[in-house]
Design a protein around this ligand. Structure first.
Ligand SMILES: *[C@@H]1O[C@H](CO)[C@@H](O)[C@H](O)[C@H]1NC(C)=O
Ligand SMILES: *[C@@H]1O[C@H](CO)[C@@H](O)[C@H](O)[C@H]1NC(C)=O
Length: 431
């Protein structure tokens, strides 16, 4: 440690990203100019030897739930000596960042003390830095990489990239302690769906994402997946060792400008029947708690639900504001089991599945919640209203009790029903 070195930083920052998105207005290049003196308090710690562990996977337990907490999170141990941080796993964005005592200009409340940065800055010409900026981006100060991420809910983080040590446990009882790039975020604005955490774990397909970085160091295959339990918790994994690929339904990844994990053009199936809502651009986004359909499809979906509820003992609960649409029964509901029988499954069906059609089945417990007032509320929301334009999002609620896998090498997204309650032990597959 020792006397902090003062680095003058030019904040000429461009672009980026999305948690639940960056669809629409946020897509434009955003530029911001600002001066800030960044006091670094760490020393360039001696780098730990990265020991490549061939064919290992990394499994991390998840905490949280869709309701009432509203998000899942993972604990990562970062730094030397390592300190714990709670991060929001986000397949909708690339950059991992921590609220950072650089010092912090604007930080939000966090469960742990803010991260203390070291001096191991990622230089501006590093390809990782370039991947976070527009192609036209010019380095104002070559020795550092400034970043800004803007999320679809209006939240943002601004900071500088540096390298630090991440401490993981591999599935084959090996410890994996790579030096990876992360953002020291010293200026955060909370968005509408703000989660009071220490930072974000970027799991997207870009070079800066944790899974791409682990892969480029030869530590795991470029595969990330999660298993969110409907009873809360679950696990997140990097690498392909925790599942049996032959038991997964795979569909090719489709590419869009924002580089989201998309299975492309889906069709809405309701109660096993086609609805006529087709060509839906569908994105899988673990950074979003709820699911979203574009306005027209949302309207159609609600009509189908309401038609189905005709004659059933459920009435719209206009006094429950938990979510836009809730229903109550004669008595308050305790669990989803009390209401399941009144609702049908729906599904998104993707025509390009490698074996016939790939159905992503969504049972009532994966699109409804029971509110604290005992009504049942719809966890599928109007995406147009949320600023997602035509994008349809499969959020955490609809990915519960499934293993969802993003294979960036095979360029495929896969899923399978799974018991997500316990992380697999060394070399144990789960299904
Ligand atoms: C890794 O394993 C060790 C020993 O089993 C445990 O104490 C530690 O908490 C684990 N670390 C993480 C990040 O899970
Ligand atoms: C969805 O949101 C859009 C934009 O706010 C609105 O025009 C539309 O009426 C909404 N659709 C439904 C079914 O509520």
């Amino acid at each position: 440690m020792g006397g902090g070195k003062i680095i003058g930083m030019v904040m000429f920052v461009a672009v980026v990203v999305s948690a639940a998105a960056g669809y629409g207005d946020n897509q434009q290049l955003q530029q911001q100019q600002k001066w800030w003196k960044w006091m670094s308090t760490g020393s360039a710690a001696s780098s730990s030897v990265v020991k490549p562990v061939v064919s290992s996977s990394i499994v991390l337990p998840l905490y949280g739930n869709v309701y009432p907490i509203g998000y899942y999170y993972v604990q990562l141990n970062i730094g030397q000596p390592s300190k714990p941080y709670f991060l929001d796993p986000d397949t909708g964005s690339d950059l991992t960042w921590l609220q950072c005592d650089a010092p912090c200009v604007r930080c939000t409340r966090a469960p742990h003390p803010f991260y203390k940065p070291n001096n191991d800055l990622v230089p501006c010409k590093d390809p990782l830095c370039a991947s976070l900026h527009h192609v036209d981006y010019k380095c104002e100060s070559p020795e550092q990489c400034d970043y800004q991420v803007d999320y679809a809910d209006g939240g943002s983080s601004l900071g500088v990239l540096l390298n630090d040590v991440f401490h993981f446990n591999g599935t084959s009882d090996a410890r994996i302690i790579p030096r990876l790039a992360l953002g020291c975020g010293y200026d955060q604005l909370p968005g509408q769906s703000h989660h009071p955490l220490d930072g974000v774990l970027g799991l997207g397909k870009g070079k800066a994402s944790i899974v791409s970085q682990l892969h480029s160091k030869g530590l795991v295959r470029n595969v990330v997946g999660h298993c969110l339990s409907g009873r809360g918790g679950g696990f997140l994994f990097f690498g392909d060792e925790v599942y049996d690929s032959s038991r997964i339904v795979w569909t090719p990844m489709v590419h869009d400008r924002m580089k989201h994990y998309s299975a492309g053009s889906g069709e809405l199936i309701f109660g096993g029947k086609a609805t006529g809502f087709k060509n839906l651009f569908v994105v899988f986004d673990s950074g979003s708690s709820f699911s979203y359909l574009n306005s027209q499809t949302y309207q159609g979906f609600i009509s189908l639900l309401k038609k189905e509820l005709n004659g059933k003992p459920l009435k719209e609960a206009n006094d429950d504001y938990t979510l836009p649409l809730c229903w109550k029964g004669r008595r308050p509901f305790k669990t989803i089991n009390d209401v399941k029988k009144y609702f049908k499954n729906f599904a998104l069906s993707f025509p390009h599945g490698w074996k016939s059609k790939a159905h992503f089945e969504i049972p009532p417990e994966s699109y409804l919640i029971i509110s604290s007032k005992g009504s049942v509320c719809l966890g599928v929301l109007n995406g147009t209203e949320a600023g997602l334009q035509n994008v349809n999002l499969i959020g955490d609620i609809s990915m519960q009790d499934k293993m969802v896998i993003y294979d960036n090498e095979k360029q495929a997204i896969g899923w399978s029903p799974a018991n997500c309650d316990r992380p697999p032990k060394s070399n144990n597959m789960i299904m």
